[in-house]
Design a binder for this molecule. Structure first.
Ligand code: FES
Length: 78
């Protein structure tokens, strides 16, 4: 199964320095943009993101970003 676009824009999320987050790469998690274990029925695996700063980051919602879990603007070309 291919990844599914969850939303055609990024999800802003406040992250905390030193914490690990698991970004949903399959697009079917109900806890977007993070993994809720739904990928187990797919070939996808979540990507780990370790926050180096406490800040708002923009996780990719379209699941097509070339920049791992973060939005790189690819959604604008879809
Ligand atoms: S939401 Fe996927 S690249 Fe922006």
């Amino acid at each position: 199964m291919q990844e599914k676009t969850a939303k055609n824009e990024p999800y802003p999320l406040q992250v905390e320095a030193g914490k690990t987050y698991y970004w949903c790469s399959c697009g079917i998690s109900k806890k977007q943009p993070l993994c809720d274990g739904m990928h187990e029925s797919t070939d996808c695996t979540p990507l780990e993101y370790v926050a180096t700063k406490t800040e708002t980051v923009y996780f990719c919602g379209c699941k097509q970003s070339e920049n791992g879990p973060l939005c790189d603007g690819t959604h604008k070309k879809l």
